[in-house]
Design a protein around this ligand. Structure first.
Ligand code: NDP
Length: 266
């Protein structure tokens, strides 16, 4: 029960990995702040969290859109008013992409950057001063294997996930000696609605499951791996059990081979 009574703020908590993390932390007795845009879905997750923790009020529903950056400071104030501190922030909200570069409108790249990069940076910047003031805290971000390797149909998503990897690795170098831990979570395929919610070239949702994600790791198992990694203070947490995880070490050992393999993977 290493997260008991810890105050944990999860974005993207209305679905998929964020939802599974919320439920897993609730079982550990954590106090939770659940954020995403869809309030009804957050309430559903909060009910489940309160059931799991046997506490009526351990989960706070705090709807927000991470791209509305002017709302993030007031949201942080609400969390501090309710719980007095934030022990762990998990920047997990995100959207993916399913379109070739030649077919993708510039506005789609802008949206991917706004949600997957700027939203994570903006929220981190509102929470960080409170952690620095207390001399402790933990900030995590859900990047991706696509944050290490470039793959077809995801030029914008790969750019965004590489960007957060760089940002949070650099942030760690700045704040680790001040008592702030920073973890990058690196999932391969996890079985969530991420493909359905992905953006196509004109910005409309892809709307279909894809075999890779559908056959990926179960979200509750992914949550287990992430909790274990965060609990140990791991700086980088790989999450997955399929062949895609090989890309993490292959990219380091043989970039050339990785480029050939990703080109041939349709
Ligand atoms: P889901 O689509 O199930 O979850 C995405 C979450 O992000 C939802 O809760 C969604 O909630 C929220 N979200 C999207 N846009 C915004 C926004 N503008 N503001 C606030 N919240 C937002 O997919 P996953 O659970 O799979 O994705 C979670 C994270 O994991 C993402 O960052 C994704 O890129 C990453 N990831 C997933 C992998 C996988 O295979 N599933 C692999 C690698 C990384 P709402 O719509 O209510 O706002």
């Amino acid at each position: 029960m290493m997260f008991q009574n810890q105050v944990i703020w999860i974005t993207g908590a209305s679905s998929g990995i964020g939802e599974a993390l919320a439920v897993a932390f609730a079982r550990e007795g954590a106090r939770l702040v659940l954020s995403a845009r869809r309030e009804e879905e957050l309430k559903r997750v909060a009910d489940e969290c309160n059931r799991q923790s046997n506490a009526a009020d351990h989960a706070m529903v705090l709807p927000l859109d991470v791209t509305q950056t002017d709302t993030l400071a007031p949201a942080t104030d609400q969390v501090l008013e309710r719980f007095g501190r934030i022990d762990l922030l998990i920047n997990n909200a995100g959207i993916s992409q399913r379109s070739l570069c030649k077919d993708t409108d510039l506005s789609v790249y802008q949206k991917l950057m706004d949600v997957d990069v700027m939203g994570q940076i903006a929220l981190t910047k509102t929470v960080l001063p409170h952690m620095l003031e207390h001399g402790s805290g933990h900030i995590a971000v859900t990047s991706s294997v696509a944050g290490k390797v470039g793959v077809r149909l995801r030029t914008g998503y790969c750019a965004a996930k590489h960007a957060v990897m760089g940002f949070f690795d650099a942030l760690r170098a700045e704040v680790e000696d001040e008592g702030i831990e920073v973890s990058t979570i690196v999932p391969g395929f996890v079985s969530t609605p991420v493909a359905e919610n992905s953006l196509t070239g004109d910005g409309t949702p892809f709307g279909e499951a894809d075999a890779d994600n559908a056959g990926g790791m179960a979200p509750d198992k992914a949550a287990e791996v992430i909790l274990a990694g965060l609990g140990k203070g791991k700086r980088e947490i790989p999450v997955g059990e399929g062949k895609e995880m090989m890309a993490l070490w292959l990219k380091r050992l043989s970039p050339e081979l990785t480029f050939r393999m990703t080109k041939n993977r349709k």
